[in-house]
Design a protein around this ligand. Structure first.
Ligand code: AR6
Length: 178
């Protein structure tokens, strides 16, 4: 069952022992605050160096897409840098772009034969996406993409704030009741 391959935990994504953690990056792959800052801080300069090489090769990463780098000193060997949209009120394709950021990350993980993947709550920090709406989109997008990603056995949503954790628990709990 696809739903059983998803779980939510409350915590810090930089500590996750999974094949890849996803970063909520910006399209310049320049690093920043929030989870991006935490990942670069914990993973060390190898991640920024790999981002720089991608920038030189392809000029960054468009919103809704993702790129993969080393995890540097992180427990996770890879970081998938996904670029979510800035929330601009909901009429600027934000929903589709957020869904695409999740789907692209899963597709990239599958291309690399990865088995376990952890997501932060992309766009719900500095980018201002409403949390409930983002949770619904994230779960639906992962559910949609997982059937074409057979290598992936588990997707963990790592919720840093209490409200996001509660939202994901509620939504994922519903699968257990089906
Ligand atoms: N582990 C897991 N989640 C975290 C952590 C952590 N260590 N730290 C924060 N979060 P944000 P965005 C959660 O702002 O909204 C950066 O500057 C946080 O509670 O990191 O996509 C980038 O460079 C929130 O729920 O990302 C971009 O410029 C979620 O991570 C921009 O911010 C996302 O918040 C991206 O904005």
């Amino acid at each position: 069952m696809t739903g059983e391959r998803m779980q939510a935990i409350h915590g810090d994504i930089t500590r996750m022992e999974v094949d890849a953690i996803v970063n909520a990056a910006n399209s310049g792959l320049m690093g920043g605050g929030g989870v991006d800052g935490a990942i670069h801080g914990a993973g060390g300069p190898a991640i920024a160096q790999a981002c720089r090489e991608i920038r030189e090769r392809q000029g960054g990463c468009p919103t809704g897409e993702a790129v993969i780098t080393t995890g540097g000193m992180l427990p996770a060997p890879y970081v998938i840098h996904a670029v979510g949209p800035v929330w601009r009120g909901g009429n600027d394709d934000e929903d589709a772009l957020l869904a695409s950021a999740y789907r692209s990350s899963i597709a990239l993980a599958a291309q690399h034969g990865l088995r376990t993947l952890a997501f932060p709550n992309i766009s719900t920090g500095v980018y201002g996406f409403p949390r409930e709406r983002a949770a619904d989109i994230a779960i639906a997008a992962v559910l949609e993409q997982l059937p074409s990603a057979p290598s992936i056995v588990q997707v963990t949503f790592v919720c840093f704030d209490e409200e996001n954790y509660r939202l994901y628990q509620q939504r994922l709990g519903a699968f257990g009741e089906l």
